[in-house]
Design a protein around this ligand. Sequence first.
Ligand SMILES: C[S@@+](CC[C@H](N)C(=O)[O-])C[C@H]1O[C@@H](n2cnc3c(N)ncnc32)[C@H](O)[C@@H]1O
Length: 205
Amino acid sequence: MSEAATWDGFAGRYERIVRLFDRSYPRIRELLRRDLAGRRRALEVAAGTGQFTFTLAEVAEDLLATDVSPAMVAQLQAHLTERGLKHVRAEVMSAYELPLADGSRDAILCANALHVMEQPRRALSEFRRVLAPGGLLAAPTFCHGVDLGRRLLSRFLSVVSPFVAHTRFSPTSLSELLAAAGFSPGPITLLPGLFPIAYLIAERT
Ligand SMILES: C[S@@+](CC[C@H](N)C(=O)[O-])C[C@H]1O[C@@H](n2cnc3c(N)ncnc32)[C@H](O)[C@@H]1O
């Protein structure tokens, strides 16, 4: 099944399910407000139904919020319409092929998605192309590989649920992947949760 079809399949339940994992989402919102302030042209990839879109909308003048799943984007669009935000657009887009010009964005947010992507390196290469030099990538990511207990839980969930982690990151392996993709990762803050979230900002080199 394609990534879009997989996520379409439970878009209707996503907002309920994510509550199991979202203990640190309020802290991430605070950090994003601080770290992405002043980044005018922003892109959100794998936005889901908008868990962080409205935070990013507070700091960006122009925000394109995207996801590969049309059903996720439909819900996101409904939330945007409710709030009447004029400077935010929602579109269906794959992280692997962003139909955007080189260097056209000052910041990209990809929250809690690199671990579920089948080809995270391909996504990062697109993020680097689309970011202007000195642009920032915010990539808070669930770390399913942080310890043995989480690895086992992650394997179990991969079998019994659609939450398949294709990469079981540790904070270090996430930072190394970003460095290998042409970013300069900043310090990592590990945030608590059923799966801890590694929060980091990386500058496009
Ligand atoms: C765990 S959810 C994260 C949603 C939200 N950002 C959050 O933090 O709660 C992962 C999201 O990644 C999206 N996704 C998966 N593969 C993708 C890809 N190749 N390109 C764009 N989005 C993708 C899914 O549709 C889903 O909405």
